[in-house]
Write a protein that binds this ligand. Structure first.
Ligand SMILES: NC(=O)c1ccc[n+]([C@@H]2O[C@H](COP(=O)([O-])OP(=O)(O)OC[C@H]3O[C@@H](n4cnc5c(N)ncnc54)[C@H](OP(=O)(O)O)[C@@H]3O)[C@@H](O)[C@H]2O)c1
Length: 280
């Protein structure tokens, strides 16, 4: 057999160069802000809720490694349907700090979309939206989680918001929950949606705002599917790190263009120093 020592040397050099440069034939070129979540273990608190189902459906469709939590697997599957039965559900209650520590062990990322449906009582906003979030945040710190994405709501910074009177100070408790995350030292993203609806996703634009100008978008809505896309996309770029922003659907914006506006988000620290106070 004829030998081609020169070609072998050139080929070898190319392979070494490619591996040094991090190139390989099946790896596309990722932008510098990109965070690859394909090998991450993602914990979804509230995966059984009306918003959570869109998140777990999307993670499942992409073959990602995720663990959804519910207080009752049986009730969740009955509500969501048999397509959700094969998922890797764990049962847990955010009010149980010790249990959260156990469940978050070994997890890399958290998406939290839990929420109290009650206005008072032991599963009311104080114990779920504030203390429950605080328990999850503490557990995430203990587990050395890389990124924690939290869903809250527009208007949380306004104590006089009408929904506080109607819903047992739900927004006030949510804002306290946000602050637990901000002060935890974790890398975080806080997403505050307008009213959630179950209309088809990907058909309208999504407007990203900052500063909680909730009066401007109070009557606005966002589909739970678009919300899920924004929450998952928040894990996949460092442009969302340590940022809080509001989202609402807008028909005058092109669908999908919101992804290009993520780099414009300003960090909470910068927002606070611009405003001269410490509330984003
Ligand atoms: N509805 C709106 O227009 C609107 C607008 C802005 C923001 N939001 C916020 O969006 C969030 C999600 O909305 P959604 O429509 O998906 O709510 P949802 O359908 O009521 O889902 C709530 C989720 O929270 C979980 N949960 C409640 N208490 C829990 C506890 N003690 N321990 C563990 N998990 C608990 C539920 O799990 P299990 O019951 O399976 O245990 C469920 O997965 C809400 O928190 C709400 O504050 C809503």
């Amino acid at each position: 057999m004829r030998q081609y020592p020169g070609s072998a040397i050139i080929l070898g050099a190319l392979i070494i160069c490619a591996s040094l440069l991090g190139c390989s034939e099946d790896e596309p070129d990722f932008p510098p802000d990109f965070v690859d979540i394909r090998d991450k273990s993602i914990f979804v608190a509230g995966g059984s809720g009306r918003a959570g189902r869109y998140i777990v459906e999307r993670l499942d469709a992409r073959g990602l490694n995720f663990t959804p939590m519910t207080r009752s697997k049986e009730a969740a599957i009955e509500r969501l349907g048999p397509a959700f039965a094969e998922m890797n559900w764990v049962e847990g209650d955010v009010r149980n700090a010790e249990q959260m520590r156990t469940l978050l062990m070994g997890k890399d990322m958290v998406i939290c979309v839990i929420g109290s449906r009650e206005t008072e009582g032991p599963n009311g906003p104080e114990f779920v939206d504030y203390q429950g979030v605080a328990n999850l945040v503490d557990a995430a710190v203990a587990a050395d989680v890389e990124h924690f994405v939290l869903l809250t709501a527009i208007g949380v910074t306004d104590e006089n918001h009408p929904l506080n009177k109607l819903l047992g100070n739900a927004l006030i408790w949510r804002f306290k929950g946000e602050n637990q995350l901000r002060e935890s030292g974790l890398t975080y993203t806080i997403v505050r949606p307008a009213g959630l609806v179950d209309e088809p996703s990907g058909e309208q634009g999504v407007f990203l705002d900052q500063g909680d100008n909730w009066q401007d978008i109070f009557r606005g809505t966002i589909t739970r599917g678009d919300l899920a896309d924004v929450l998952i996309a928040s894990l996949e770029t460092n442009h969302t790190h340590n940022r809080t922003f509001e989202i609402v659907n807008r028909t005058d914006l092109e669908p999908g263009i919101w992804r290009e506006t993520l780099p414009n988000l300003v960090s909470d620290q910068e927002l606070a120093s611009e405003a001269g106070d410490n509330s984003p």
